[in-house]
Design a protein around this ligand. Structure first.
Ligand code: PML
Ligand code: MG
Length: 261
């Protein structure tokens, strides 16, 4: 049998120069592709960055590399949607969910005190729930979760089954949250987009699943947020290595599903 090779394809785009030269982050994207699909994969990421509401990029990098490790398959987190009427209500729901997921309330408070600062990195912040401090040491870069994907046909079957919108954005976010929450030290993730036209965000955890919250920031706001709350992290390097390098395919099996609607 011929083993098929898979490739990690990554894109980052910015305006006013490259990110490392202080350019404004416009868009980023991750895919896993076969060799035969690379042209299409590159094109998907190119399109994503060329039509972004954060603006037009004047720098873009798209790269691919062969994946040498075996790819782990994970079931998608269960999804719930919390309809809220205001940002205030949405943020209250987010805090309650974080607490339910196991983040101590003092730690949530400390994270929220630094939320503007935590919006600056283009990647995620790692936040230790015991000390209440940021621990990733990645400054303005943050940690970028990579090597993740979900085959479109399988995603569409999942979306049909649960009557979810077939949104590329939801797919990407759910894939990322599924990978992050599968690691034992992750207690929860808090996220909202840096896209000024998108106000829905989520809290995710193994226990609660992927809990969407329909209003977590004001329309027009370009400040996003992505915080991974961690507990018991003894090896920062291996956690970051998991997030950046361990290849994951999300794969949904109808027979394991529980219909919720
Ligand atoms: C992003 O676009 O960067 C994050 C989107 C998070 C919410 C996606 C959803 O609607 O579930
Ligand atoms: Mg974005």
């Amino acid at each position: 049998m011929i083993e098929e090779n898979f490739f990690s394809v990554r894109m980052r785009a910015s305006n006013n120069g490259a990110h490392e030269q202080g350019g404004k982050h416009i868009s980023g994207g991750e895919l896993i592709s076969t060799y035969g699909n690379l042209k299409n994969a590159v094109n998907v990421l190119l399109e994503k960055a060329l039509s972004h509401s954060r603006g037009n990029p004047d720098f873009m990098q798209i790269q691919f590399e062969k994946i040498d490790q075996p790819i782990t398959r994970l079931s998608p987190l269960h999804v719930g949607t919390n309809e809220v009427k205001s940002v205030g209500e949405g943020q209250l729901v987010a805090r309650n969910l974080l607490e339910k997921a196991g983040v101590p309330s003092e730690s949530i408070e400390k994270a929220y005190q630094q939320i503007t600062e935590f919006s600056e990195p283009r990647g995620a912040i790692l936040f230790d729930v015991r000390s209440g401090i940021r621990i990733d040491e990645r400054n303005e870069k943050g940690v970028r979760v990579s090597r993740v994907d979900w085959l479109t046909t399988n995603f569409e079957q999942w979306a049909d089954y649960y009557k979810m919108i077939q949104s590329h954005r939801v797919k990407e976010a759910l894939v990322l949250a599924t990978k992050v929450c599968a690691h034992p030290v992750t207690v929860a993730e808090l996220c909202w987009s840096d896209d000024p036209e998108y106000t829905t965000g989520y809290v995710a955890s193994k226990k609660l699943g992927y809990q969407r919250i329909t209003n977590l920031k004001k329309y027009g706001d370009e400040l996003g947020c992505r915080i991974f709350f961690v507990d018991g992290l003894s090896d920062l390097h291996s956690y970051i290595d998991y997030l950046e390098k361990q290849p994951i395919f999300v794969q949904w099996e109808e027979e394991n599903a529980t219909r919720v609607n």
